[in-house]
Design a protein around this ligand. Structure first.
Ligand code: FAD
Length: 408
């Protein structure tokens, strides 16, 4: 049986919007379209985290949500945003840790209490999924996008084809919608399929940087003043020029920490003993907080993540029926903490454009690229530049004088 026959025999017509990817950005987009009264179907490759907790095994345990992201959450649903914001930990500045492990320097983000906020990624995704479950949005897990069709200039009814990954021999199933939204992340299949209909400029650039996630446990001393071993209301940074460690607080008193370095630095470390010695020399206070056992286990078992930037132009198809948002459109390095925030902003900008165009989605999709591209280019550049800022420029001269730093 050819794919086309299968497709035709199982075509389901849905008026409205079909969104691919129930990550952070796809969920917010689904809620935003539903709030405007569109019929929304959201497809997700993963299984339902409610019934399969392992499906929440996402990269980076916590995220910084900034006013850019909060504004978009509030735009979509003020009460939902308030419910989420109850669970964030404000970070009013950076806390710079020197190489002796004895000195910390607070650098406030602003004079008027400006903050970024630490939030658990799975918690945020689950909150958005719960909002979706309580809405009219149709949510389909275990659906893997394999094909887009009918996106030529004169096509009006685009379609998406999926296989159900929960079934051993799933037949491809095709769904038709008026509008399609691709929010399926950095390695987007939606984007790949769109390239068959659009003269799309596309680049994917890996940066020579890996990340490794670590953990600082809550204070277990019952007599301790705080459950947090270091100040919860700062983004902690151990800047060591070409590599660095950061840590963000979690609500339970723990911190999620991330070690960023060029691949050559981590690959030069050949054994757990060398790793412990490296860590102790460069991050002595973090070494104590994490403990040898935990550090050894991280080195031996945790994956090293790669970092890349994705650049796309344009984000929409010429017929104004499909659009790319979030990491699928502009994956960026995480040093500015703005990837998700920008994805949320994509949703707000798109919705405001639909309002301005009196509900004409086709027109809004067609004008979105030019309205958004310049800002996204700027933020991707800032994200790259902020690695230098975080790893070097935050280090004030007296910090460097205290001890000769090993700049390996
Ligand atoms: P994703 O979160 O990748 O979601 C895409 C979804 O699509 C997934 O659920 C996936 O399963 C699904 N999918 C994929 N393929 C298919 C398919 N074929 N069919 C159906 N579904 C599919 N951003 C911030 O704003 N602040 C931070 O502090 C921050 N820190 C970060 C730290 C690290 C180490 C990293 C790596 C990133 C960080 N980011 C941060 C960036 C942020 O994680 C991303 O920008 C954000 O997750 C993008 O969301 P998304 O919904 O576009 O994509």
């Amino acid at each position: 049986m050819t794919v086309l026959e299968t497709v035709e025999s199982s075509t389901n017509r849905h008026q409205g919007v079909g969104i691919v990817g129930a990550g952070l950005v796809g969920c917010l987009a689904a809620l935003a379209f539903a709030a405007k009264g569109y019929s929304v179907t959201l497809f997700e490759l993963r299984s339902d985290p409610k019934t399969d907790p392992s499906s929440n095994n996402l990269r980076s345990i916590n995220l910084a949500v900034s006013s850019r992201g909060i504004r978009a959450l509030k735009y979509v649903d003020e009460e939902m945003a308030d419910r989420i914001l109850e669970h964030i930990t404000p970070m009013k500045g950076r806390m710079i840790h020197d190489v002796t492990g004895t000195k910390q320097e607070s650098q406030l983000y602003g004079l008027f209490g400006e903050c970024i906020n630490s939030v658990d990624r799975s918690f945020l995704n689950d909150c958005l999924l719960d909002e979706i479950r309580h809405s009219d949005i149709k949510l389909l897990f275990n659906h893997k996008l394999i094909k887009l069709a009918h996106l030529e200039e004169d096509s009006e009814i685009p379609s998406m084809t999926f296989i159900d990954t929960s079934l051993p021999h799933s037949e491809p199933k095709t769904f038709e919608f008026d509008y399609l939204v691709g929010a399926d992340g950095a390695f987007s299949q939606f984007r790949y399929q769109m390239q068959k209909f659009v003269r799309m400029n596309f680049s994917q650039n890996y940066v020579d940087m890996q990340y490794l996630e670590l953990y600082i446990p809550p204070n277990d001393d019952p007599k301790a003043e705080s459950k947090f071993a270091i100040d919860a209301n700062h983004l902690h940074i151990w800047p060591r020029h070409n590599f660095m460690l950061i840590a963000l607080a979690n609500k339970d008193g723990s911190f999620t920490s991330t070690f960023f370095s060029p691949w050559s630095v981590i690959e030069a470390i050949k054994s757990t003993e060398e790793w412990l010695a490296f860590f102790k020399a460069n991050f002595p206070d973090a070494y104590k907080l994490m403990g040898e056992e935990r550090l050894s286990s991280v080195f031996e078992n945790h994956p090293r993540g790669a970092l890349m930037q994705v650049d796309v132009y344009p984000y929409h198809t010429p017929n104004g029926r499909a659009i790319l948002i979030g990491d699928a459109a502009h994956s960026m390095v995480p040093f500015y903490g703005q990837g998700m925030n920008c994805g949320f902003e994509d949703v707000r900008v798109l919705m405001e454009s639909i309002d301005k165009n009196n509900g004409d989605i086709t027109k809004s999709f067609k004008t979105y690229t030019d309205a958004r591209k310049k800002d996204l280019n700027a933020i991707c550049k800032l994200a790259m530049d902020n690695f230098n800022e975080m790893s070097s420029k935050v280090t004030s001269p007296w910090f460097l004088l205290r001890k000769k730093i090993d700049y390996t």
